[in-house]
Design a protein around this ligand. Structure first.
Ligand code: ADE
Length: 224
C-alpha cells in the first residue's frame, strides 16, 4: 500500500503550491503516495477556533493547546502510524532518515508554533521529533514540506531515473560534482575538455576528484 501522510497545521494553504507542482505533484497524481493537509482549527471547539494560548509561568508568545492536537491525532492515527513533530529542538533530519521514513505506511506530521506546543502533546501523542536545521522558522509547515519532499524521492517511481538517486550529494557522503549542458562555450567560458571527450573512465575520475575537492572545501565534516 502507498504511504499516506497527514499534515496537521494552522496554515494549510502554505502547502497548496508545494503539493501541486513538480516531481512531488506528479507522484501524488500517480498515487505513489497520498498526502492530506488538515487545518488544526477544525478540531477546536470554541466559537473563535482558538488553537493556542499564553504559556503558564509567563513569557513571550503563544503555545499550541493540547485539546485540538490530541483530538486530531486520535482521530487520524491508525495502527502502526508514526507521529512526528517538526521542531527546531528535534533530531537533525538527514537523507538516511528520509529514506527510512519512505518505507512507513502512515505518517502524521505535526507543525507547531515557533514558540512551542504544550509538552503533554510531545509526551503522549508524538513518537519522534525532527528538526530540518539549526535555524528557527515561523512555523513547522515548511519543515513538514521538506520532509515529504526528501522522502518522496525514495519512493520507487517518483524520480524518472532510479539511477539519479545514487549519483548525488549525500547518498555516498560527498557533495556533488559540477554539471554542464550546451552550449559547450558560453560568454567565453568553456566546458571542461574531459566532459566532451567521451572517455567515461576519465569523466568518472574527474567527477570524483571534483566531489572530493568540493567536500573538503565546504563540508570537511563529511570526510571524517
Ligand atoms: N519549526 C520551526 N523551525 C523548525 C526547524 N528548524 N525544523 C523543524 N521544524 C521547525
Amino acid at each position: 500500500m502507498a504511504l499516506h501522510i497527514d499534515i496537521l497545521t494552522l496554515f494549510p494553504r502554505m502547502l497548496d503550491g508545494f503539493l501541486a507542482e513538480s516531481i512531488l505533484g506528479k507522484a501524488l497524481d500517480r498515487g505513489l503516495l497520498t498526502v492530506k493537509v488538515h487545518d488544526l482549527r477544525d478540531w477546536t471547539t470554541d466559537k473563535h477556533n482558538t488553537a493556542d494560548d499564553r504559556p503558564f509561568g509567563g513569557g513571550a508568545g503563544m503555545v499550541l493547546k493540547p485539546e485540538p492536537v490530541f483530538a486530531a491525532i486520535e482521530q487520524l492515527q491508525r495502527p502502526g502510524c508514526r507521529r512526528i513533530y517538526l521542531t527546531p529542538d528535534g533530531v537533525p533530519f538527514s537523507t538516511q532518515r528520509a529514506e527510512s521514513l519512505s518505507h512507513e505506511q502512515h505518517l502524521i506530521l505535526l507543525s507547531g508554533h515557533y514558540e512551542g506546543i504544550d509538552q503533554r502533546i510531545r509526551d503522549c501523542v508524538i513518537d519522534e521529533e525532527i528538526s530540518i536545521g539549526d535555524y528557527v522558522l515561523t512555523n513547522g509547515t515548511v519543515a513538514a514540506a521538506i520532509v515529504i519532499d526528501a522522502l518522496s524521492r525514495f519512493i520507487p517511481g517518483t524520480l524518472g531515473e532510479e539511477k539519479s538517486l545514487t549519483h548525488e550529494s549525500f547518498t555516498n557522503k560527498l557533495l556533488d560534482f559540477p554539471q554542464y549542458t550546451r552550449p559547450a562555450e558560453f560568454r567565453g567560458m568553456s566546458v571542461p575538455e574531459v566532459l566532451l571527450s567521451g572517455n567515461h573512465v576519465e569523466i568518472e575520475k574527474w567527477r570524483q576528484a571534483r566531489r572530493l575537492e568540493k567536500t573538503r572545501q565546504i563540508r570537511p565534516d563529511l570526510l571524517e
